[in-house]
Design a protein around this ligand. Sequence first.
Ligand SMILES: *[C@@H]1O[C@H](CO)[C@@H](O)[C@H](O)[C@H]1NC(C)=O
Ligand SMILES: *[C@@H]1O[C@H](CO)[C@@H](O)[C@H](O)[C@H]1NC(C)=O
Ligand SMILES: *[C@@H]1O[C@H](CO)[C@@H](O)[C@H](O)[C@H]1NC(C)=O
Ligand SMILES: *[C@@H]1O[C@H](CO)[C@@H](O)[C@H](O)[C@H]1NC(C)=O
Length: 252
Amino acid sequence: MKFILIGLVILQCTISIYAAHSHSFLYYAEQVVEEEESFVTAFAEEDAADLNSDLFYYYVEQWPGSSCDTKKGCCYPTTGKPATNFSIHGLWPTLLNGTWPEYCNPNTLHDESKISDLIERLQSEWPTISCPSSNGSKFWKHEWEKHGTCSILDQYAYFESTLNIKDRVNFLQVLENAGIKPDGNVYEVGAIKEAIKAGVGVSPVIECNADASKVSQLYQIYICVHPNGKDIIECPTTLKRNCNTTVEFPPF
Ligand SMILES: *[C@@H]1O[C@H](CO)[C@@H](O)[C@H](O)[C@H]1NC(C)=O
Ligand SMILES: *[C@@H]1O[C@H](CO)[C@@H](O)[C@H](O)[C@H]1NC(C)=O
Ligand SMILES: *[C@@H]1O[C@H](CO)[C@@H](O)[C@H](O)[C@H]1NC(C)=O
Ligand SMILES: *[C@@H]1O[C@H](CO)[C@@H](O)[C@H](O)[C@H]1NC(C)=O
């Protein structure tokens, strides 16, 4: 309910802007209304509508093959080579104005003993492939302290919710269903976005990086999540990430 009210206020403000400004500004204002409205809809469908928040999360997965073939390279975790699959990078709290709060609560330092029953899942779904080789503990600690402390979830819920989202979205399968495979070929970013929209139900943000020969490649996929950490929503704001119109999807 609160979100519908916010939506109405935004709509009203925009209507006054509409009355007061020139035609080109008007077009922009209309686009803003459209975006805000879709946000309101996404939240209105939600039971937890009274969550006090102008916050949502970006849920981000990375393709390990696109780190390993860079100039910098990668290092497999001490537990061995991860599955040939996308893996979790993080769940990143973001404000509706697009800014990202970080390190919000120095009093809730990472405590791995509180998530001991999640370690096996973390090792398989949220591995680190940065160098030097490590067991993941530092990566999870970093994600919790930098991002997790800015969520409205406690440490256990932060990790469990993120793992549960991973279980529900199978980006690799969804892409393969559209004929897009990690075979070193080049694909249209538009086709990648459409495949994810079709398979997961929401539009993703695609981030690219460059391989050692500077070819643009599929690096990370972002989708948006309600502050409750459970519901996948259309992104309420836009996010610009670098990408060529066609990208390589390297093997791993
Ligand atoms: C975004 O919103 C937050 C919280 O309301 C505020 O502190 C911050 O200054 C805003 N940033 C920008 C760039 O508008
Ligand atoms: C990872 O290694 C550190 C020591 O370097 C250790 O304290 C920690 O418990 C290990 N974590 C896991 C999940 O094995
Ligand atoms: C990849 O991860 C998804 C969960 O995101 C899982 O359902 C699927 O079985 C995994 N695929 C492979 C090939 O490991
Ligand atoms: C960007 O895409 C164009 C074709 O869409 C391709 O010719 C070019 O090589 C690509 N650039 C990079 C850096 O991958």
